[in-house]
Design a protein around this ligand. Structure first.
Ligand SMILES: Cc1cc2nc3c(=O)[nH]c(=O)nc-3n(C[C@H](O)[C@H](O)[C@H](O)COP(=O)(O)O)c2cc1C
Length: 194
């Protein structure tokens, strides 16, 4: 295979943007289909397709903000947690919810969940490559079985891997510190120059 310097440059600089700073416009239907189609080229052991996607538009966000608040009240959460639960939906314009939906026991559960996480990562990359900002969020509602059942029709065994917001970020904004390769990587002795 030939090197692809543009892709290398893209991947070496990619970063998430902060969803709460997103403004319009957001991708239209065709643009979003393109992003999702690209993202669905995701590793999937056994071709099980152990995930499903739910697209949220502004109307859905408003509904989910109220649903999150109602659930927070049921759970006896304080105002801060209510605010956190509503936050991403109050501010969101467009997002793709990636739901891990394991298909039987032919392949280990951990691999099926990993494929859903890889799909979230692919969505970030596909959106950014198409010129949009993207941000992978979760928050307590994403991990609350009652909320995700009401919000996304999740059934037993399904979990939310991520809510990937896509929009127009501000021009500026800095990168975050990146991991030290030597702190997290062990090398075979012969590979490291003396
Ligand atoms: C599974 C997962 C869930 C996350 N949930 C949140 C969240 O709820 N709120 C938040 O501010 N950041 C959350 N983050 C972190 C953001 O996605 C953050 O912007 C990201 O780690 C920045 O990294 P990047 O620039 O390398 O993409 C989450 C990250 C992951 C992997």
């Amino acid at each position: 295979m030939k090197p692809n310097p543009e892709a290398q440059a893209f991947l070496s600089q990619r970063r998430s943007r902060v969803a709460k700073l997103f403004a319009g416009p957001v991708p239209d239907h065709q643009a979003l289909r393109g992003i999702i189609t690209t993202a669905l080229r995701v590793p999937d052991h056994g071709k099980l397709e152990p995930w499903r996607l739910v697209v949220l538009d502004r109307a859905a966000m408003l509904r989910l903000a109220d649903l999150a608040e109602a659930r927070a009240v049921e759970l006896g959460y304080d105002a801060q947690k209510v605010g956190k639960g509503r936050g991403q939906f109050d501010q969101g314009q467009l997002a793709v919810v990636v739901i891990s939906s394991p298909k039987g026991e032919m392949k280990p559960l951990v691999e099926q969940v990993a494929s859903a996480a890889a799909l979230c990562m692919n969505l970030l990359n596909a959106a950014e490559a198409a010129g949009w900002g993207a941000n992978w969020l979760t928050g307590w509602p994403a991990h609350d079985p009652q909320f995700i059942a009401r919000a996304f029709g999740c059934v037993a065994g399904e979990t939310v891997s991520g809510i990937v917001h896509i929009g127009t970020p501000p021009e500026d904004g800095s990168d975050r510190p990146r991991p030290d390769i030597d702190r997290v990587t062990s090398w075979p002795k012969g590979r490291v120059p003396a």
